[in-house]
Design a protein around this ligand. Structure first.
Ligand code: GRG
Length: 296
């Protein structure tokens, strides 16, 4: 699964730093059982796009903050994202055997280890924020924002509705409500934390959150389109799973062409939300275009 050409070069360079920081955060003490540590590293260090941490660091830089200071939050959001992928792949949920170009956690290890690896990543994320983000009041704001975005009304609620709506009649409103929470919340909070850590003004904070909400939706529309016609080799996960599972998707509701149009429209709305940044909005504009044009 190739991940190296997805982002502009200057943003791409942060990927190695993110991977190094994640590696540091997965040096466990002797009380963490070996097979659990192996499962956590197997998933967290697998070649994902690191899209959420890259968004977070981009927001930090655009708001004048330090990349080093924001790195713990970039790792925390990737930990929550990874727990959600591990649990989503379980037989009780999407029952997937392939992700990021390799066997899913429960196939490579076993189901109970996969559940526990996902479980462990949740407190790890909050530990990293509480301990390594400075000053303490910003750490507390990050903890609250990430807990809210990954909680029962956002990430987990979106996932619950997504499972509940399988084989339901297609309806655009339900679909967008699911994806705003299941995909959009974590993307928006990545930008929010990145801006908060940089001490962004309320106006800029509002602007990146708005951008994140639109971008999350665009990301999901493209994800649905890729699932429909993407290649397993490029995506590193099985294509065609949504239809197999009877999932409510954009192409199922709007058709392919209308979904493509909607993705472009929503990505443009994301870019428009960046007005308070003027010319310095360029990096997030580029990321919005990458989301639309991505093939993995
Ligand atoms: C189990 C609480 C819980 C939530 C699961 C992650 C998820 C929610 C579902 C997976 C299926 C899906 C289509 C989710 C939408 C979000 C999404 C597109 C996830 C994949 O993110 P990428 O493409 O993955 O950024 P990589 O592997 O590159 O990090």
């Amino acid at each position: 699964m190739a991940t190296s050409t997805l982002f502009p070069a200057e943003i791409e360079a942060w990927r190695t730093q993110i991977d190094d920081a994640l590696t540091e955060y997965t040096r466990f003490d002797d009380d963490c059982p070996r097979h659990l540590a192996d499962a956590i590293r197997y998933c967290l260090l697998a070649p994902g796009k690191r899209f959420r941490p890259l968004l977070l660091l981009t927001a930090t830089e655009m708001c004048g903050g330090s990349i080093e200071g924001a790195m713990p939050a970039a790792c925390a959001v990737e930990m929550i994202h990874n727990y959600s992928l591990i649990h989503d792949d379980l037989p009780a949920m999407d029952n997937d055997d392939f992700r990021r170009g390799r066997s899913t956690c429960h196939i490579q290890f076993d189901e109970s280890t996969a559940i526990l690896a996902g479980d462990a990543l949740i407190p790890m994320a909050f530990e990293v924020l509480a301990r390594d983000i400075r000053p303490d009041d910003i750490a507390a704001r990050c903890v609250l924002a990430l807990a809210t975005a990954s909680g029962p009304s956002q990430l987990v609620g979106g996932q619950a509705d997504d499972l509940g709506f399988q084989f339901s009649p297609a309806n655009l409103e339900s679909l967008e409500r699911i994806h705003r929470r299941k995909t959009g919340a974590l993307i928006a909070v990545s930008l929010e934390m990145g801006a908060m850590i940089a001490g962004a003004s309320p106006e800029k904070l509002k602007s990146v959150i708005q951008y994140g909400k639109h971008l999350g939706l665009a990301f999901q529309i493209v994800d649905d389109l890729l699932d429909l016609r993407g290649s397993q080799d490029k995506m590193g996960k099985r294509a065609g799973k949504d239809a197999e599972l009877g999932k409510l998707t954009y192409p199922a509701v709007l058709g392919v062409e209308e979904s493509e149009l909607r993705a472009r429209e929503v990505a443009q709305a994301a870019i428009d939300a960046l007005q308070p940044f003027g010319d310095s909005a360029r990096p997030l504009e580029l990321l919005a275009r990458f989301v639309i044009d991505r093939t993995q």
